[in-house]
Design a protein around this ligand. Sequence first.
Ligand code: TXA
Ligand code: MG
Length: 344
Amino acid sequence: MQTLLLDSTQENINKAGEILRNGGLVGMPTETVYGLAADALNGKAVAKIFKAKGRPMDNPLIVHIAEFGDIEKFGLVAEIPQKAKILAEKFMPGPLTIIMKKSEIIPDEVSAGLETVAIRCPSHPVARALIKAANTPLAAPSANISGSPSPTTATHVMNDMNGKIEAIIDGGASEVGVESTVITLAGEVPCLLRPGGITLEQLRDTIGEVELNKAVLDKLDPNQKAASPGMKYKHYSPKARVILLKGTDEEYINYVNSKDDGKTAALCCDEDIAQLKVKTFSLGKRQDYAQQAHRLFDMLREVDEVGGIDTAYSRLPSCDGVGMALYNRLIRAAGYEVIDLEKI
Ligand code: TXA
Ligand code: MG
């Protein structure tokens, strides 16, 4: 199959909408990361997503809608909780996914056998136009090969999906750069399953108590059932080994410089570059977590593209605000490998 790379003109969006209505797959730009979209109400089309990504079938997908009213229009959930309405009022469209009890219309391929469905209304105008053109909700995971860093440009999607999907719409670089915040309202107390551009603090300010699922910051106990199946899989990993360092700025720089063997890199901040002797991949300004999130996956891919790098050292980020999303992605990219510099 030849994969078409299309500019985001209305004509091309209509063409992609037709591909989706006919059961095909389209790479879709969103403000978080690029998605791999199929008609969410067509189980056969959705099954193709798992094949193209090499994704385990027990990992459910997010259903994307053009506006909150689509939940009722297409009858996607059993009931809309009051807190979903409050969250939607404030954060939709935007980088927030809400899990609710599903309706019968959701195919098993989307919910992976769970009783719930994840719903998100992206703010990217091309994503919304595409959902409208397809005239159906779109199931879409991130458009990467399962396990590798999520794509934040159309080129990333092409690199991973060329020949496996019908088309990709180029909507420019994704602004947020990490996937949406996922909150479940299906249990008694709302619970954050994946941190993203909308922070835990913002959620608590809006609906009160929100629990933090243990797997967000820690390795999941292999005997425990994952609240969000995606969290049990290895994720976001470049081919190079990523190791996180816990310590002061000075300790970080000294440690990385001591590892200078021509095959070492630093996933660092702008302020470190002048002091580091190894190859640097800067995520941005030290205090600017939004910028670091925006660049994270791009930098992880670049580490491999440059070639010859065995190990990339990054700081363990702090968990405030969008820092929690960075922490959650980096700790997975590192396979939970953290060196405490104060203890060596
Ligand atoms: O920003 C995003 O959310 C991107 C763009 C394309 O919208 N999508 C995305 O999808 O990141 P994906 O499939 O890569 O991640 C979805 C996560 C997975 O960890 C999955 O296990 C979880 O959400 N998830 C989906 N449905 C769920 C459900 N019903 N219950 C619990 N977790 C669910
Ligand atoms: Mg993903």
